[in-house]
Write a protein that binds this ligand. Sequence first.
Ligand SMILES: CC(C)(COP(=O)(O)OP(=O)(O)OC[C@H]1O[C@@H](n2cnc3c(N)ncnc32)[C@H](O)[C@@H]1OP(=O)(O)O)[C@@H](O)C(=O)NCCC(=O)NCCS
Length: 160
Amino acid sequence: MAVVRLPDPRAASSDAHGRHRTRHTHPRTEYYLAVTPHTDDRLIGFARLGLSGVQAAKLGAAIAADHWRCGYALDAARTIIHFGFTTLGLHRISGAIGPDNAASIALVTRLGFTREGRLRDHVFTNGAWRDSILYSLLAHEWETSCRPQTSSPQATVTKD
Ligand SMILES: CC(C)(COP(=O)(O)OP(=O)(O)OC[C@H]1O[C@@H](n2cnc3c(N)ncnc32)[C@H](O)[C@@H]1OP(=O)(O)O)[C@@H](O)C(=O)NCCC(=O)NCCS
């Protein structure tokens, strides 16, 4: 299992220009889990929940390419989804994924998300509009399916 940790919320709160980082927005609008390998403390990826709407959030995740297919994203996503539905009291978590992003589609499918449909010209990227496939997971679906495994990651996640 991956080691998944929440960055220290007491870390510096502004960049060189004095701009505050988003995690210090009140009320907080996004949560990140940092992913490190079993062996050391290098950052190799993250999972994110961006709060959006009423008791709803958008899921995001990325893992360094040389660590793909090792279960890190699945582990991190499970952990932050569980945090979202329990600690944050979310009702719905969604993900909008490019139609060609087979890895992300496999990830949300594995997590029990339901495909809702196609968002036309949803994202402007690389000079062109791109559709997204919208997936979602509801709290009661999580309760009956994809809770964290018994060998859960070494994560301590708090709301603040
Ligand atoms: C999507 C991403 C986060 C997956 O990370 P990962 O750590 O390799 O994923 P995992 O190893 O946890 O795999 C999760 C599931 O997806 C499957 N999967 C992962 N990559 C896959 C691929 N390229 N093709 C098909 N299935 C894939 C795995 O087999 C696993 O399913 P299984 O448990 O049934 O075998 C990673 O590919 C990534 O960072 N991509 C670039 C960023 C990105 O696209 N982020 C999403 C934006 S919304």
